[in-house]
Design a protein around this ligand. Sequence first.
Ligand code: UDP
Ligand code: MG
Length: 329
Amino acid sequence: MQKLLIVIPCYNEEEVLPSTIERMDGLLRKITEAKMAASSSRLLFIDDGSTDKTWQILQKTCKQNPLCEALRLSRNFGHQGAILAGMYANDADLYVTIDADLQDDPECIIEMLQKIHNGAEIVYGIRKERSSDTWFKRVSAQLFYRLMLLLGVKIIYNHADFRMMTRRVVEELKKFPERNLFLRAVVPLVGFRSDNVYYNRTPRTAGTTKYPLKKMLAFAWNGISSFSIVPLRLVTFTGFLISLLGACFVLKIFLNYNAHGAVSGWASTVTLITLFSGVQMVSLGIIGEYIAKIFVEVKQRPLYIVDEKIAFPAHQAKTERKREQNKKQ
Ligand code: UDP
Ligand code: MG
């Protein structure tokens, strides 16, 4: 039977963690009892440099619950880094990643397991509708997915970071050395057979979003600039159009030579200079963004640093198992 690892990134999630732990623990027990995954399956919580009581809650949980393990990163590395730390630093046959606020339906994990048993290597969780999100979040997210598709990035519409992968996929994923990591666009690049499960996204039960507008925009731009060179092509294309326009102006001036006084063209000249200086600045900025990306890639800094890992003590686990066996007999 296959060992399942449920990776849950947590950043300042003290309000929501107790209920998440209870719900996920119940689900994992259900899965292992139904023999859908091995009894060695675990919940792995990643504390992504939280400043609240997240780590204390996790420490306490891991001491009491043999199914829970926790990993603490040395500082805040961001959602993507936390997910990778969980998957890369631990051994399992199947990996599933899910947000700590359980906005994505955990019950789907059972359906995902079935799809894996039917031969899929990756199962994507896809949001059917997002009426629970705010109007702004919904519209901006939808705009983002459409823009990514338009720019030629193979992204799965309405899929975020709720997915199940086999060990094989995770091993292949490790070969992608990118520092600008945007998992939802990288995973489809791995290939293999994939399948989808659909669910309704529910509101956060407690706590607040860890993705305020500024962070969300940065995340979206990172996604676009890491996977698409279309913005650079647009710069070239705009430059070409402007040059053509310039040529038309030259032609016009040539034809109208001496028709007007010298001062009459002043306004249009200044307008054009300002306009095209602006276009040039924006173009340089976009090119600069890509150079900055190369700069970050070249440095090859680690995507995460693990500070500490805790799990239920092994000797206690043995007695716990014996106790459970005795209970059953
Ligand atoms: N998260 C993280 N590091 C961060 C920000 C967020 O590990 O720097 C985690 C967070 O604890 C949650 C998940 O990523 O489990 C998604 O964050 P959130 O629910 O706040 O995002 P939203 O659903 O609002 O987009
Ligand atoms: Mg959320």
